[in-house]
Design a protein around this ligand. Structure first.
Ligand SMILES: [Ca+2]
Ligand SMILES: [Ca+2]
Length: 367
């Protein structure tokens, strides 16, 4: 009897939580991280001109252990070189009438002049022609304009144009996003617990590691338990992110829905012996707040569970989540782990009220 009531309450909660899951669909990009391919070849993509995949062995992708300009996702990036070269892939599964967004990372082959690159989907330009610049330690995240799907199948195309010379654009981590009623993805693909990469050097930490999915600048990086950063054991897994001085950590999250409520949760801790950083968290151009404050300073060398104030967004689609270190004058560091969005408070309240209802019924049965 009790089991039946538990199931009944759970069913009601599931229906309520899923009530706005009604539209959109999943569009999968094959070989989206360009991990399969080589010189002049790229699995699942059709290319024109000069294109391919590189892990540094060809010399297009920058592998620089001092600045760690290695691909952000996996170990290889795609390259498109020269005037009018392109890579295309026919994508299926679009829900006609729904909006879609494409995100990807771009960088410039080091030492090259900038090529221009544009992106189209279904023949519509969704990222306008722009100069691809050298971003050094990180790949620049790019988010397209919204694409209203008119067909179930649409071709995604990246095209480079150059006025002259040997100019090469690098691309990685292509994603197609749509509103699906679910919370923004903070799952394994986003490496929200910083468990990859596992090769962090003899001192147990790396500034700006490639293959982390996250991007880093300056004093941003990943450390494992027992590293020379003296980070306390990770609250989740065995690795954490660190933000030293004016470093930055960022990644693309989605899909957000205008007017909807969100909260961000994570753990933070201050570096023993050095002190914690002051930092700011932004989602696109929006600054998240913590207890009404637009910045937070970690002080405890033990892990604290942090939850942002509830916030709404004014846009639909994916957006860049950024943690920025603000103390550029002292050698202070804050560690982070398990950065993820949590269900909006209305769903949480429903879960709480459902739990209270169950508790009350159980007590009534006992009395
Ligand atoms: Ca890759
Ligand atoms: Ca972790």
């Amino acid at each position: 009897m009790k089991t039946a009531r538990v199931l009944w309450v759970l069913a009601i909660l599931c229906i309520a939580a899923a009530s706005d899951i009604s539209w959109g669909s999943t569009v999968v990009v094959q070989n989206a991280s360009f991990e399969t391919g080589g010189f002049g070849t790229l699995s699942s993509w059709t290319g024109t001109g000069s294109f391919g995949s590189d892990d540094g062995s060809i010399g297009y992708v920058n592998i620089d252990t001092s600045s760690n300009t290695i691909p952000p996702d996996g170990s290889r990036a795609g390259y498109i070189q020269g005037n009018g070269s392109s890579i295309s892939q026919s994508l299926s599964g679009f829900a006609v009438g729904s909006n879609y967004w494409v995100s990807y990372r771009e960088n410039l082959r080091r030492g090259n002049d900038s090529p221009n690159m544009s992106v189209s989907l279904g023949g519509t330009t969704i990222v306008s022609d722009h100069a691809v610049t050298y971003n050094g330690q990180y790949y620049q995240p790019v988010i397209s304009s919204a694409f209203p799907a008119g067909n179930a199948t649409n071709t995604l195309t990246f095209t480079t144009t150059v006025p002259s010379g040997d100019r090469t654009a690098l691309v990685d981590d292509v994603n197609v996003w749509t509103l699906d009623g679910n919370m923004p993805n903070a799952g394994p693909r986003a490496n929200s617990s910083f468990e990859t990469p596992t090769a962090l050097g003899p001192n147990g930490f790396t500034y700006g590691p490639g293959g982390a999915h996250w991007d880093f600048t300056g004093g941003g990086g990943i450390a494992r338990n027992g590293s020379d950063f003296s980070n306390p054991p990770a609250p989740d897994g065995t690795q954490v992110a660190f933000l030293q001085g004016s470093g930055i950590i960022f990644d693309v999250f989605g899909t957000f829905e205008a007017g909807r409520l969100y909260q961000l949760t994570f753990y933070d801790a201050a570096r023993p012996g050095f002190g914690g950083n002051t930092y700011q968290v932004t989602l696109g151009g929006q600054t998240l707040t913590f207890g009404g404050n637009t910045t937070r300073t970690s002080t405890s060398t033990s892990w604290s569970s942090i939850t942002s104030d509830v916030f709404t967004v004014t846009f639909d689609g994916p957006q860049v989540l950024t943690f920025t270190g603000l103390n550029s004058t002292e050698d202070v560091t804050t560690f982070f782990d398990l950065i993820q969005f949590i269900p909006e408070p209305s769903v949480l309240m429903l879960l709480v009220s459902g739990g209270l209802l169950l508790w009350r019924r159980r007590n009534l049965e006992r009395h």
